[in-house]
Design a protein around this ligand. Structure first.
Ligand code: ZN
Length: 674
């Protein structure tokens, strides 16, 4: 998207496509599967698409590593369940098969038998005998049998792990006083190694005065050797997980010629060297090269990264994401940045608080192209890496938000029945369906790109004067800047909004959220604590109160249900402007008392009756608390010589088909990895 008026063409385009694109997919247990759209993929060059293709292959090749890291029986359990799932010759509508399907879907989702979030073991709704019978009826060659092992012996070995709630009950146990290593089921320490032994092993190896310490232990399992001594089995080519890592390296090398820049090729070279040697100094060198590469359009994470799965917080689970700069967001924020001074000058705040020279910030929004390892199917919506303290201190970090995942969550919420339940009438729902996405994005852009950077402190004002109220006031300032300007004729002129109707969708959803729907995240009897939520409540309630006499915004009841009704959108914009002026004054002058009153009066307390009503209505929608994503499918189209001539993208693969395909095509590790 390059030309001026294309911004809007792009959004109608996206709308047309969204008609046959489902954000919400299947639901099972406590999980809702979603899909994300890789906006802009088709417009990338062949070189960029090919680069993404090989990087996404590298992202999928590590899948088995995570299963094994999450528990030493997980790969075998997955293979047993999958064989029954595909080869079952009983009635596929019977209770056993239904329960097995749900259990297997959960095992896929968690990459193991423990809940991905709670870490506790979930139990199947079928009986051990039922699974044993089914396993005896399938082709034994498809089962993970050890040399000479009978199906019965396999069942005897594995079933306590699946069915006995007292065996391996927690993946990561953090309970104070327990031996955290012995009692955690994750596979980072060989069985029988105690917490004391592991801690001693690493304390002895720490170089006390190293100003650039490596993240010791992050890429290995701690085991006991034949002499009874502890040693590390490093995850590298030729080491533990070597079969999977070789495949990852192979695809990184295929990707290398298509990298954006020589700097990015250097990033790949360092990563490959690290995968081959397991050397943690090389890993730090790779991290530094990676964080400095901010120019490349396509970027990726591939490796042992986060250590939440290790009770001692050292050993890192394998993950991958491939992404590229959000082209539409980059284009939008470029337009805003170019006009930053105009926005500053026209702002409804007192001239004393305006910046003489203001610079916009460009978008730090990326589009995810594939998710792998510990980022799949449950994922993060932002990246802030690397994790090494000294690297961050001396070289900084790369921090981005993943726009298409955030958008998918938001769109899934629209399709979840929330709008039908809480939006006042059909015309308003229609307004939101037509303009909601465009204006949500724009509000975020205005907030991030101009809002936070606008205005100035008066000379002598200490930036920390507002103390605990500072972040709420700052978020309110940026949000109000966005709300005021999303309704401006200037955005129509810039081709960012299609007309002066569109902003009303943002005003409605903002008020509905601030006055009502964000309360679904608050427990009964509690108050609002989080700064962004306080800011939304503060803004929505303040303008509601101030506009009461003129009936600008009303809360009305229909059949016992409360709804937001906006009667005068222009007056509402004036009120946002008025509050922006006041919030800027508070910030510029450092008026602590005014900040405290504003936040405490409007941003903290919850109307108990309304809260109860909202929670009850929400409850009836039966929405799943946990969400995860199905990946798109990339297919390389090749000419007769085998050269890639295009890469196609498809969104139709079902969750179980995807998981079975991954288990077949990215089946990199043996049943047992010791
Ligand atoms: Zn902000």
């Amino acid at each position: 998207m390059m030309a001026g008026s294309a911004a809007f063409a792009y959004s109608t385009d996206a709308q047309a496509q969204s008609d046959n694109f489902r954000y919400n997919d299947e639901q099972f247990a406590d999980i809702q599967m979603l899909r994300y759209k890789v906006e802009g993929f088709e417009r990338l060059t062949l070189k960029e698409k090919t680069f993404i293709y090989y990087l996404s292959e590298a992202a999928l090749q590590g899948r088995d590593i995570l299963f094994d890291q999450n528990g030493r029986y997980n790969l075998r359990i997955r293979r047993m369940l999958e064989t029954v799932y595909t080869d079952y010759n009983g009635n596929r509508k019977d209770a056993f098969y239904t329960a097995l399907s749900t259990y297997l879907k959960r095992v896929w989702f968690s990459a193991g038998i423990h809940h991905h979030y709670g870490c506790d073991k979930f139990l199947p709704d079928f009986k051990p005998e039922e699974l044993r019978n089914a396993l005896k009826q399938v082709d034994a060659r498809k089962l993970p049998l050890a040399e000479g092992q009978s199906v019965d012996a396999l069942c005897d070995e594995i079933f306590p792990v699946i069915f006995d709630p007292t065996v391996m009950p927690m993946r990561v146990n953090q309970k104070d006083g327990d031996d955290l290593v012995l009692t955690s089921a994750s596979n980072y320490y060989a069985p029988g190694i105690t917490q004391k032994e592991a801690e001693k092993f690493y304390t002895q190896r720490k170089a006390p005065l190293d100003p650039q310490p490596v993240m010791m232990g992050m890429n290995s399992r701690l085991v006991r050797n034949d002499d009874g001594e502890l040693e590390e089995r490093v995850w590298r080519v030729g080491g533990l997980y070597g079969q999977a890592i070789e495949k990852i390296v192979e695809n990184l090398l295929k990707a290398r010629p298509f990298a954006d820049t020589p700097e990015q090729q250097k990033v790949i070279d360092l990563l490959v060297e690290y995968y081959r040697t397991g050397d943690l100094r090389t890993f730090d060198a790779y991290s530094i090269a990676w964080l400095k590469d901010t120019e490349s359009l396509v970027d990726f994470v591939n490796g042992f990264t986060e250590s939440y799965g290790d009770p001692l917080g050292m050993k890192a689970s394998w993950e991958s994401i491939v992404n590229f700069k959000d082209l539409a967001a980059t284009e939008r924020t470029k337009k805003l940045s170019e006009n930053a001074q105009w926005f500053e000058n026209q702002s409804p705040i007192d001239n004393r608080f305006k910046k003489e020279k203001v610079k916009g910030v460009s978008a730090k929004v990326i589009t995810a192209a594939i998710l792998g390892g510990d980022l799949y199917p449950s994922t993060a919506i932002g990246i802030n890496l690397p994790n090494s303290d000294w690297v961050r201190r001396e070289h900084g970090s790369k921090s981005v938000t993943i726009g298409n995942l955030t958008a998918a969550y938001a769109k899934a919420a629209h399709g979840s029945g929330m709008d039908k339940e809480f939006v006042i009438d059909e015309p308003t729902r229609q307004l939101i369906a037509t303009y909601g996405d465009v204006c949500d994005d724009l509000h975020t852009d205005l907030h991030e790109c101009l809002g936070h950077g606008s205005g100035k402190l008066l000379p002598g004002t200490d930036p920390d004067t507002l103390k605990a109220y500072g972040s709420t006031i700052e978020e309110a300032r940026a949000d109000l800047f966005g709300l005021y300007y999303v309704a401006d004729q200037k955005l129509v002129e810039l081709g960012l909004t299609p007309n002066l109707e569109a902003y009303k969708s943002q005003y409605y959803t903002y008020m509905m959220n601030g006055l009502m729907t964000q309360l679904v995240r608050i427990k009964p009897g509690a108050t609002i604590e989080e700064a962004h939520m306080r800011n939304r409540a503060l803004i929505a309630r303040w303008v509601y109160e101030q506009g009461k006499d003129g009936k600008v915004v009303e809360l009305i009841k229909k059949k016992g249900k409360t709804y937001v009704r906006i009667n005068d959108y222009e007056a509402l914009r004036e009120l946002f402007g008025k509050l922006l002026a006041e919030v800027q004054r508070i910030k510029s002058e450092g008026d602590y008392e005014a900040a405290r009153l504003l936040v405490e009066n409007y941003g903290v307390k919850v109307d108990t009756d309304l809260h109860k009503e909202i929670l009850a209505r929400y409850e009836k929608l039966h929405l799943s608390p946990y969400k995860g994503f199905i990946n798109p499918v990339y297919t390389a189209i090749r000419d007769t010589q085998g050269n890639i001539t295009d890469v196609s993208i498809d969104y139709s693969e079902a969750y179980d088909r995807q998981m079975l395909r991954y288990s077949r095509d990215y089946n990199t590790l043996p049943d047992v990895n010791d």
